[in-house]
Design a protein around this ligand. Structure first.
Ligand SMILES: C[S@@+](CC[C@H](N)C(=O)[O-])C[C@H]1O[C@@H](n2cnc3c(N)ncnc32)[C@H](O)[C@@H]1O
Length: 233
């Protein structure tokens, strides 16, 4: 399938993103480690830390757009009740040794009750959501008061050197490696999808309008990735 022609919007984006992740699901974990040079494990750890979950945490945590379930596995290993929700059945099916509760669904329409979820975590999905504002509204609705959300995604580094290296890596190396190991079209789309990411001020403003408190954006590894964080009062 050709995902490269433009940056789709609305239902067209939902359909193409779903198709794309169904297509690449089988090799997603391998490509993810290769593309991030193994750093994704560290980034996930830091993102999870931002949720400040105590060791005996008894509320449910939602791994939103969980894919093959990397965050879910860590949460289950911490004995936390975990729901993993994703748009792509292929990604859900390709999660090895899943012990979370996998649900096929859309972040924009969570099949969950108001005030029922202790925390929401998400990895590399912000730019894939069809409508980030609706996702944030839904996350706010399902979180219990005091509940936190932390969404990890790629970013543009600040330093000129790192920015140049990052651009070469994402625009040249990643599509090349994707072509060898998985699907060239999909891995050409991924760097372009950075265009969907919100600016810090945009995220903070939306979060504030929705009712979140303490919305912030944190950069990791010199801005290679970023975490969008917010807390429901
Ligand atoms: C790059 S993958 C990340 C998977 C996993 N979170 C991780 O950290 O490896 C993005 C995931 O977002 C899912 N996704 C995209 N749009 C979505 C939506 N609107 N609702 C729920 N999941 C969505 C895709 O199906 C895909 O599994």
């Amino acid at each position: 399938m050709d995902y490269t022609s433009s940056l789709p919007q609305g239902n067209e984006k939902t359909f193409l993103v779903q198709q794309m992740f169904n297509d690449i699901a089988g090799r997603y974990d391998l490509l993810n480690s290769v593309i991030s040079l193994g750093l994704d494990t560290y980034w996930r750890k830091r993102t999870l830390e931002m949720l400040l979950l105590p060791s005996n945490y008894s509320e449910i945590v939602l791994d939103l757009a969980c894919g093959t379930g990397d965050f879910s596995k860590t949460l289950v290993n911490m004995n936390i009740k975990t729901i993993g929700l994703d748009l792509s059945m292929g990604m859900l099916r390709n999660g090895r040794n899943r012990q979370d509760c996998p649900v096929q669904g859309q972040g924009e329409m969570l099949p969950l009750k108001d005030n029922s979820i202790g925390a929401v975590i998400s990895g590399f999905a912000v730019r894939n959501f069809t409508d980030l504002r609706s996702v944030l509204e839904e996350v706010f609705r399902v979180l219990i008061p005091g509940g936190r959300m932390a969404f990890l995604d790629v970013s543009q580094p600040n330093s000129k050197l790192l920015k140049t290296a990052n651009n070469i890596w994402f625009n040249k190396a990643v599509p090349f490696l994707g072509g060898i190991l998985s699907d060239k079209n999909a891995y050409s789309y991924l760097p372009r999808s950075v265009g969907y990411l919100p600016r810090e001020a945009e995220f903070k403003e939306s979060a504030k309008e929705i009712g979140f408190h303490h919305a912030l954006r944190r950069e990791l590894s010199g801005g290679l990735v970023q975490v969008f964080f917010a807390r429901k009062q």
